[in-house]
Design a protein around this ligand. Sequence first.
Ligand code: C2O
Ligand code: CU
Ligand code: CU
Length: 499
Amino acid sequence: MMGTVALTGLAGMSVGQSTLRPLPIIPMIDLIKGFDGRITLELAPSTHDFGTGVASPTFGINNSYLGPVLQVKQGQTLPFNVFNGIEEISTLHWHGLHIPGNVDGGPHQEIQPGATWSPDVPIAQRASMNWFHSHAHGKTAQQVYKGLAGVMLIEDDASLSADLPKTYGVDDFTLVFQNKTFGESGSLNYTLTETALDDGFIGETLVVNGVIAPVVQSVPKGLIRLRILNASNANFINLSMATGPLHVIASDGGFLASTVETDTLTMSPGERYEVLVDMRTVEINKLVVSHELPEIAGIRDYISEFNKRGLRSLIGKLLNEGEVEIAALTLNRQDERGFDASIPANLASLSPPDPTTAISTRSFELNQYTGADLGVLATAGDNYCGNGSAMAINGKSMAMDRIDENVRKGDTEIWRISVDDWRHPFHIHGCSFRILSQEGKLPPTYAQGWKDMVHVDGDQWSEVLVRFDYDAPKEAPYMYHCHILEHEDCGMMGQFTVT
Ligand code: C2O
Ligand code: CU
Ligand code: CU
């Protein structure tokens, strides 16, 4: 168990469904091998069974839920045709990519229903795990929740020749964690309330690659690589292994300097980490995930609420009234021999960030409380976050026609982010940065490599060292925002140019 206090009497109580489902392997498209003509990604309405036996209305990208895993290589230019088959405006943003603003897929690159957006996306950066998702202003939270998200794995010469597992679906697994809420009928539920706008939509049920956890996967006797994305709307998740530490090899923007051993790893929405698990020394190991629960009055109410639903929705072990823990992924070792190399010590050459290279500091205060009536906004518009004016950054809510910052291409800067309350994951488009301080201290060692997400909490600011190398003109600016998607939609977002 993680370091939380369980309530007497109900401590460690296990509730919910404990069916072990097979880990779904998300269909992978290997674009490194080449492609003919343009690469089609089709956003479409669908239905999907998350494991409850009920088909929920969803959105998918070439699939019934979520998109494919795209494997690509540094140096390629990817000609996409993104077709919008849903009956509302959408966009497709490449989160983590170092690409010019006009192909970034942010809120200005709207794709009308029935239209196709055809960006040529140049892959200039190092090996890293990235993702793509809807970024339609005011609609991002609901569209991503319904399934408009996918993974892009960038490789480079070094990563392809590295002594690491890389056989997709055999010893190299992509895990997309999301927190969802299911209704009594077993169908996917998304209802905005005052609390859901305030905290973000905290889902009570952990989903892995589109099915309700826990999941199980057979693996060979060898080293196993897990590439993990937290694509939740709002939940932070904490990871640990049932046996032994996590061996973290990469963060958002690529390999760490060396493998970092840690007992727990905290991932905000939007973050990616890669870890290795050594299945030569154990027959079974489990990836344990704990996550927040939505606000319900207390633990007894939780139990009765979930009893009412036939214990279908809440799974795992209640740690206390606000948190639940689940052995999300069981790895079962088979007899066949797998990838047999030692866990690498050194991974990439990465010197510590040097703040003296910064020529200026910009400050951003995230404003969760602007006096707006979240209760009224929550019910105003079809589960969309409405006019996007309830939250702000530096006192200003996101406005499509206002540029907030102008950055000079190639300049190194410090961005200092603070909040008026609570904890927020801050994201910047068009770059990878290094974290100088997070919540007033040095970040955990595993967060000291390339990142595009930083946690901001309480009275202490967080600082990142950042440089932008591509153009983002005023017609196609980059965004910075809180990655709690309801906060982003509520206006906790700003725009900047790079010229
Ligand atoms: Cu993951 Cu602006 O987005
Ligand atoms: Cu992004
Ligand atoms: Cu936020």
